[in-house]
Structures are given as structure tokens and as C-alpha cells.
Design a protein around this ligand. Structure first.
Ligand SMILES: Nc1ncnc2c1ncn2[C@@H]1O[C@H](COP(=O)(O)OP(=O)(O)OP(=O)(O)O)[C@@H](O)[C@H]1O
Ligand SMILES: [Mg+2]
Length: 471
């Protein structure tokens, strides 16, 4: 696993087509819902643009020629379409919510399943916080991208496309002006959003450092006082809050600049429309309602453009999240059953460690040519200094790890030829540090054998000498 994947906030990932495809592939099992989702969004986007077109008709066919019947006619269409729009919006939100939860559910399940199958060595190498964030923020970010992100993009693309079609229908020359300006606005908006996101990420990073500093200073207050570290700590803290101020200021500044910049660009489009529209109007090539509709289209288009920019800018982070989640679901457990492993009904016989070599980290050998024989029925104790390798021997025996050299045999057979299940289900182990799972004591005792009867559970408690203090 690459080292940089442990750095939570850093992300060096660029757009990666393969990962995007894998993210989208999460939708495959729900393709029917996805189609429904796209159709409802298309309907909504079409209606959004059509309403503006209807307003144009009200002006041109009703208000300008003072024709009340035409106004009423168009308003009736307007009203019934409003109803359709409301239903479609409701449907879209429901479908998106359900899709998001299903994808999130699936991801969590796959991740948990994979995690359970990992060997202990995986947990040695992988920090808990790293795994936790895969389960929480990363999987959520993926689910968000393929639902709400997809919703925003689909809606924005349909909306812009349908608006442009209506504009082309009303006046193609003016529409071409808008078509030329829209990409510029989109690019500027994306650049802005990217910078804003980077700055906010910076703010979050510094914020977590500040939280860490609070935590250390409050929980270590006695040491701070005893060593008279107050002044030094205050100075250090001052540097952090100073950085925080700078970063927040920059983020706020960019955010404040974003909307005016985009609006300014669209003002160019509006200016061009007023000018060209006026000329066309004088030539009787365009109506008042038409010019007004153009205004509405361009003004309203700022929303989908902002949505597009936001999703695009966030996508980089979602891709990084996806890569981290996939790296978890892709990692293959180091310890697995060998292809022809056999399952034995019972394990009896001598246990022999023959010239066993073992290390957790390659440059740090723990066992070298280690030999041990435990005869059947024998009771032995391993005694030695801390870090001497006692727990390691037990870990190897349980096959939580496998020898790097030499072999371990049970009843004369190399235990690598047995299935993990047949070895581990026949071992009892009392850990150095006991761990209780949530639930009752009875449930905890039953943890290793779910089919155990109450009597068996009580029997086990008595045998281990725990019955007395439980009762
Ligand atoms: N998961 C691990 N990753 C890396 N090194 C480890 C790991 N577990 C143990 N070690 C190292 O292996 C050596 C043997 O450790 P082990 O836990 O087997 O000792 P021990 O005899 O059980 O000690 P103790 O009496 O403290 O329980 C030590 O140097 C320890 O630092
Ligand atoms: Mg130990």
C-alpha cells in the first residue's frame, strides 16, 4: 500500500478515468432506478426552461396584443405543468436519496467483509484511523458523488442544453453569442471553485492541528505547569492561530470574489443581448418577450453553471476517496487457505516448530531458526523477557501469521496444508488484554460458538473460574 494513502487530507490524485468508471460502476445494480432518475431530471430541466418560454408567449401573445384569452390559455398550461414539475421534483429527490443509501450500504458491506477477512499483519500496517475514515467520510463522499453530484451534473447539463435549444428557437444569432460565453463562464467558475476548495481544505488541516494542540495542553496541563511551558506553548499556539487566520481570510476572500466574477461575465452576455436584441427588435426579427426570455435564460443559467463547477471541483477529492476505498476492498488477505488445503475433523498430536524464522518487519527478526516441540497432552509455559517473542510464538501457532522460514507441524503435517478454519476453530486463546464486545456477558462468552446452549455457556464460565464473579 503506498505510503501517501495514510495522509488523510493530502490528495495528489489527478483525474483518473479508471477510477471514475469504477465509481460509476457502483450504479450498475440499480440501473432501472438510474434510468428513472435521469428521466425525471430531464423532465425537470425541460420544464424549467419551458416555463421561461411560456412567459415569453404570455408577453408576445397576450400582454403586447392585449389578448386576455391567450393569457388565460397559457396560464392554464403553466399551471398544469407546475403540477407535473412538483411531482417530478419529489420523485427525483426520493430516488436520489434511496440510490445514495443503497450505494453507501453496499460499499460499507463490501468494505466490512473485506476487512474481516484481512490477516492480522494488515492491521499492523494500517492505522485504525485510516480504516475508520474509509468507512465514514470516504464511502460517504463516493455515495454523494454518484447521487447528488450526478443529480447536479445531469440537471445542469440538461438545463443548459434545453435552455440553449429554446434560445436557438427564439433567435439563433443571439443564441450563438450565449453559446460562446457559457464555456468561458464555466471554466472561470471551475477555477474559482477549485481554489476555494483548496483553501478550505487548508483551513481544516490547520484546524485539526489546533484541536490537537488544545487537547494536548488541556490533558497535559499538569506537566505544562510543572515545567513552566505556558509561555512557549502560547507562542506555538499563536503561530497556529495566525496560520488559521491567514488561511480563513484567503478562503473568505476567494468565496466573496466568486459570485461577482461569474456575474460580471454573465453581464457581458446580457449586455450583448441588449445590444444585439435591440438591433434585431428594430428589424422586427425579435419580440419583446423574446428578449426578456433571453434575459431569464442567461440569468438562470448561472445556477447550473455553479453546480457544474462545484461538482467538478469536488470530484478530485471524491476520486481520491474512491481510490482509498478501492485500495481497501482490493487488498487481498496475506494469509489464506492454500489451494489444496484440507479440512480435518479434529486436531491431535505433537506440535513442532522446525527452524522457524519470523519477522514482523524485514529488518527486525523476532525468531531465528527457532525449534520447539510440544508433545500431545503436555502443558508448557513460555517464560522470557518482554519483547522476547512469546506472543509471537502463539500468534504463529494460531496462524495469525505464518513462518517466513522453517515449518510448523501438527501431528507431523505442515499446518499450511490445513484450512485456517480447521486450525483456528480448535484453538482456545485467552488474550493478555481481555476485550469485551458490547452486549451481555453471556453473549460475550458465546462469541466464539454462537450455537452454545445456556448450560454450555455457564459450564465454560465455571471452567474458567469466572462464574463466581459474574454471579
Ligand atoms: N505487530 C507487530 N509488529 C511489529 N513488531 C512486533 C509486533 N508484535 C510484536 N512485535 C515485536 O516482536 C518482538 C516480540 O514481541 P512479542 O510480543 O512476541 O514479545 P512477548 O515475549 O510476547 O513480550 P511481552 O512479555 O511483553 O508480552 C518485539 O520486539 C516486538 O516489538
Ligand atoms: Mg506477549
Amino acid at each position: 500500500m503506498p505510503e501517501n494513502q495514510f495522509k488523510e487530507e493530502e490528495f495528489t490524485t489527478q483525474f483518473n478515468g479508471k477510477t471514475i468508471l469504477r465509481i460509476v460502476a457502483q450504479l450498475k445494480p440499480y440501473w432501472k432506478k438510474v434510468i428513472l432518475f435521469v428521466v425525471t431530471i430531464a423532465v425537470i430541466a425541460f420544464l424549467d426552461s419551458y416555463f421561461t418560454y411560456l412567459s415569453k408567449r404570455i408577453v408576445d401573445e397576450g400582454i403586447v396584443p392585449k389578448n386576455m384569452d391567450a393569457i388565460i390559455h397559457v396560464i392554464k398550461i403553466y399551471g398544469s405543468l407546475m403540477l407535473a414539475q412538483a411531482v417530478a421534483v419529489f420523485g427525483m429527490i426520493v430516488i436520489t436519496g434511496i440510490l445514495g443509501e443503497q450505494i453507501h450500504y453496499n460499499l460499507r458491506k463490501v468494505m466490512f467483509e473485506n476487512l474481516q477477512n484481512q490477516s492480522l499483519s494488515y492491521f499492523d500496517k494500517t492505522p485504525v484511523g485510516w480504516i475508520m475514515s474509509r468507512f465514514t467520510s470516504d464511502s460517504e463522499r463516493i455515495a454523494d458523488l454518484i447521487t447528488w453530484g450526478l443529480l447536479d451534473v445531469t440537471w445542469a447539463v440538461f438545463n443548459i442544453a434545453v435552455s440553449l435549444l429554446f434560445m436557438l428557437k427564439i433567435n439563433w444569432k443571439l443564441a450563438l453569442v450565449v453559446i460562446a460565453i457559457v464555456p468561458v463562464i464555466i471554466i472561470v467558475a471551475i477555477q474559482f471553485k477549485k481554489k476555494i476548495i483548496l483553501e478550505y481544505r487548508n483551513v481544516r488541516k490547520i484546524n485539526s492541528k489546533i484541536t490537537g494542540a488544545y487537547n494536548e495542553n488541556i490533558s497535559g496541563v499538569r506537566i505544562v505547569k510543572a515545567l513552566r511551558r505556558e509561555e512557549a506553548n502560547l507562542r506555538k499556539f499563536g503561530t497556529l492561530t495566525g496560520e488559521m487566520y491567514e488561511a480563513s481570510y484567503k478562503a473568505a476572500w476567494l468565496s466573496a470574489l466568486f459570485l461577482p466574477a461569474v456575474q460580471l461575465l454573465s453581464a457581458f452576455a446580457l449586455g450583448a443581448i441588449v445590444w444585439l436584441g435591440g438591433v434585431e427588435f428594430n428589424l422586427k426579427l425579435m419580440t419583446v418577450g423574446g428578449i426578456q426570455a433571453f434575459f431569464s435564460y442567461v440569468t438562470f443559467m448561472l445556477w447550473p453553471i455553479q453546480d457544474l463547477a462545484r461538482v467538478y471541483a469536488n470530484m478530485q477529492q471524491s476520486i481520491a476517496s474512491a481510490e482509498r476505498v478501492f485500495s481497501l476492498t482490493d487488498s487481498v488477505p496475506e494469509i489464506n487457505d492454500r489451494p489444496n488445503a484440507i479440512s480435518v475433523p479434529s486436531i491431535k498430536g505433537d506440535i513442532i516448530f522446525k527452524n522457524v524464522d519470523f519477522h514482523y518487519e524485514p529488518n527486525n527478526p523476532v525468531l531465528k531458526k527457532f525449534n520447539l516441540k510440544v508433545s500431545q497432552g503436555e502443558t508448557i509455559a513460555l517464560v522470557g523477557p518482554t519483547g522476547g517473542g512469546k506472543s509471537t510464538i502463539v500468534n504463529l501457532l494460531c496462524r495469525f501469521y505464518e513462518p517466513k522460514g522453517g515449518e510448523i507441524t501438527i501431528n507431523g503435517k505442515n499446518y499450511l496444508n490445513l484450512t485456517l478454519q480447521s486450525i483456528q476453530s480448535r484453538l482456545g486463546i485467552v488474550l493478555q488484554t481481555p476485550h469485551l464486545f458490547s452486549g451481555t456477558i453471556r453473549e460475550n462468552i458465546r462469541y466464539g460458538k454462537l450455537s452454545a446452549t445456556d448450560t454450555e455457556v455457564e459450564e465454560a464460565a465455571k471452567v474458567s473460574g469466572a462464574h463466581e464473579f459474574i454471579m
